[in-house]
Design a protein around this ligand. Structure first.
Ligand code: 3PY
Ligand code: MG
Length: 261
């Protein structure tokens, strides 16, 4: 089965799925990271430099490595969500879902009728999924995963309604923005006590609703902590942090051994 259809199964498998996070304007980075043992690759159009054409070019590279692609869309850009699904993305992460209407619009753009209002035109997705157009139409609502970001006080207050929205398959917590919101603009601290409490609350509500719970972790160490807490999907760091960490480690090792010689 093509990885285009597999994201939901990987999230339901019981082991937490770890995703790479890409924002640099080069599709080959996602293609290369897909060859590392990540469970999925996420490309970020909200804060990353990555544009629509670059993201669409990355999809076949990641699928060829047997991994599903997730994409974070810019705030409120639900039409782009449909377009990315048409290109073979398996999961959409929508930032700043702060009202029930935001959640409804998101669900409608990511699912075909009768559940939603996604328009027909998944030419690349049909090819990459290995399905006939008819089978793609029948199955896509089941394997295209829509994750609504919870990252404000408003979203926290309506998390049950967001989780109950038709077409929304789960939530994705943005702990950095949530920390800013919960400190009334005081601090960015993705592991603050207020955020920790909110993480537990949202995770419990997602479990009760039988929906996916996903979260962003700045480091692998933090991802391990969140995996033990029970999240289904954890996105780790970013391509820029992988580069910086790798560069810093290589240089530190070189300088240390040069001194020792
Ligand atoms: C946040 O932590 O606010 C995010 O959006 C994760 O990238
Ligand atoms: Mg955010």
């Amino acid at each position: 089965m093509s990885s285009v259809q597999e994201l939901g199964d990987r999230l339901r498998a019981g082991n937490p799925a770890f995703s790479a996070w890409c924002g640099l304007l080069e599709p080959g980075i996602a293609g290369l990271l897909a060859r590392e043992p990540f469970d999925a690759i996420t490309l970020d159009m909200q804060h990353g430099a990555i544009d629509l054409a670059t993201l669409i070019r990355a999809i076949p590279l990641v699928v060829a490595a047997g991994k599903p692609v997730l994409a974070r869309i810019p705030v409120g850009d639900f039409a782009t969500a449909s377009r990315l699904l048409d290109s073979g993305v398996s999961g959409i992460i929508a930032p700043m879902i702060n009202t029930v209407e935001d959640a409804r619009r998101f669900g409608r753009f990511t699912k075909f009728p009768p559940l939603g209002e996604r328009s027909w035109g998944p030419h690349a997705a049909v090819a990459l999924s290995g399905l006939s157009p008819t089978d793609y139409f029948t199955r896509a609502n089941g394997f295209s995963i829509a994750l609504a970001m919870i990252e404000t006080r408003e979203a926290l207050g309506i998390v049950d309604d967001i989780l109950a929205t038709p077409g929304v398959d789960g939530v994705f917590i943005g702990p950095a923005d949530l920390s800013i919101a919960l400190s009334n603009g005081g601090v960015v601290d993705p592991a603050s006590p207020e955020v920790e409490k909110a993480l537990d609350h949202v995770l419990a509500r997602a479990r009760a609703a039988n929906r996916f719970a996903a979260v962003y972790a700045p480091t692998g160490e933090r991802a391990a902590v969140l995996a033990r807490r029970g999240f289904d999907l954890i996105a780790i760091g970013s391509d820029i942090t992988y580069l910086r960490t790798g560069a810093a480690q290589a240089l530190a090792a070189a300088r240390a051994s040069a001194k020792g010689a």
